[in-house]
Design a protein around this ligand. Structure first.
Ligand SMILES: Cc1cc2nc3c(=O)[nH]c(=O)nc-3n(C[C@H](O)[C@H](O)[C@H](O)COP(=O)(O)OP(=O)(O)OC[C@H]3O[C@@H](n4cnc5c(N)ncnc54)[C@H](O)[C@@H]3O)c2cc1C
Length: 391
């Protein structure tokens, strides 16, 4: 891709991905115009606002691990990056991911690979788990892997507000409208037509429309396999207390972590109840009684006593090919750049994606982390990027 430090960039979608792309472009020295088109200034249905806002380095590919390490470093140093007012409440308390006795060899190998790429992963047997996390039952568990650094959770809304404000201060223009159609000429997108009747001309168009990304580019004849899948989060209180409770991913499929005075947690719905969400944000309350609560009480008996505070549902932007992000230029419409499809791990990777997209535009290629494994080429060829650790 030819490098450009000037010209016009339009970004479709102004939540965490779009805002990090815009801010990173300015930080990389892009001096042209940057317009972020965002159809809902409240962000109430954005995945960013509805996410569990956690970050892990326990992935199965070096690309995803490196992206997480970059994100964690930024979150830890948020004031140095964005100024003293920035506060995202980063709790670097680790992910504890449990596996059965049949998974020991595979999980030990994964931890070694993660460590080789800079993660700080401890491998714990059931005795060590019991000593470190009293009150959690490790019946049936063969192994636990725990990120001693670079993992935890934060406030995604504060992160979005921080980066969005910083982008605006650097002259990024946010327009409150939906991108509706695209004008193309000579294998390029030349303009985006908006719901308010305006047209924004562009030299580059970045797609960061989250779970709706597949639909946004469908009129261009592009088959981007990114669809909305509903995920419910339960917020509850229980008398159970454990200092340094981690983000716990159980082998049963439930996850739970502290949030304020209580906890949040959830479980993926069974496949037969996981149709594309299509504007549906109604929480799947039945998952609480039928699956989440019994499994939680088995793992943490004291949590049998819990008081549900509230539940909400957001949409994962699921890349149905391989559950990984799509980052980089389209092969035919060469100035269309994807920054989407992260399938449940996009907040943690947004800083690295933003920097990667900025490098692509201003430098003509990835410089810091090679994000080409996430490129469009694999989508075109229908060859999944193999990532074994997706939730
Ligand atoms: C329940 C849940 C838990 C999650 N937990 C985590 C987690 O712990 N850690 C993690 O890293 N990730 C997590 N995720 C995933 C994460 O939220 C997403 O990967 C991330 O927010 C994607 O960011 P985005 O900016 O691409 O999408 P979004 O936040 O959805 O933003 C897309 C924006 O595009 C706008 N838009 C859409 N179409 C148009 C259009 N035509 N014109 C203009 N604007 C448009 C939308 O209004 C929206 O604001 C979770 C998601 C959910 C639902």
């Amino acid at each position: 891709m030819p490098a450009a430090n000037s010209g016009r960039v339009v970004i479709v979608g102004g939540a965490i991905m779009g805002s990090f792309c815009a801010w990173s472009l300015r930080k990389a020295g892009f001096a042209g115009s940057i317009t972020v088109v965002e159809k809902d200034a409240t962000y109430q249905y954005s995945s960013t606002a509805l996410s569990a806002a956690s970050i892990r380095t326990q992935f199965g590919t070096p690309t995803n691990i490196r992206m997480s390490l970059f994100g964690a470093d930024m979150f830890r140093n948020i004031k140095a990056v964005f100024g003293d007012d920035a506060d995202i409440g980063f709790q670097e308390k680790g992910y504890l991911i449990l596996g059965g006795p049949d998974q020991i060899a595979e999980r030990v190998a994964a931890a070694e690979m993660q460590r080789a790429h800079g993660a700080d992963i401890l491998v714990l047997d059931p005795d060590a788990l019991g000593a470190r996390f009293p009150g959690i039952s490790f019946d049936g568990v063969g192994i636990g892997t725990f990120g001693a650094q670079h993992e935890g959770w934060f406030d995604a809304w504060s992160l979005l507000s921080t980066v969005r404000r910083a982008a605006r201060q650097l002259g990024v223009d946010y327009v409150g409208a939906a991108a509706q159609t695209f004008e193309t000429h000579d294998a390029k997108i030349t303009g985006v037509e908006l719901s308010n009747g305006e047209k924004v001309s562009c030299d580059f168009c970045v797609l960061a429309a989250g779970a709706l990304s597949g639909r946004v580019v469908a009129p261009l004849g592009i088959e981007l396999p990114v669809v909305p899948k509903k995920r419910t989060v339960f917020s509850f209180k229980t008398p159970f207390r454990l200092k340094d409770f981690p983000m716990l991913f159980d082998s049963s499929g439930i996850w739970v972590r502290p949030e304020g005075e209580g906890y949040i947690g959830g479980i993926q719905p069974p496949a037969e109840k996981d149709a594309d969400a299509d504007g549906d944000f109604e929480p799947q309350h039945e998952l609480m009684e039928e699956r989440f609560w019994p499994l939680l009480a088995k793992r943490i008996p004291a949590m049998e006593e819990l008081r549900l505070h509230r539940a909400w549902a957001g949409h994962y932007e699921v890349n149905t090919l391989d559950h990984n992000g799509v980052v980089g230029a389209h092969d035919e419409l060469t100035n269309l750049i994807f920054a989407t499809g992260f399938s449940g791990h996009g907040v943690m990777h947004a800083p690295a994606v933003g920097r990667g997209v900025a490098e692509l535009i201003t430098g003509g290629g990835f410089q810091s982390i090679d994000l080409s494994p996430l490129g469009w080429g694999r989508i075109r060829a229908s060859v999944p990027m193999v990532e074994t650790i997706v939730y």
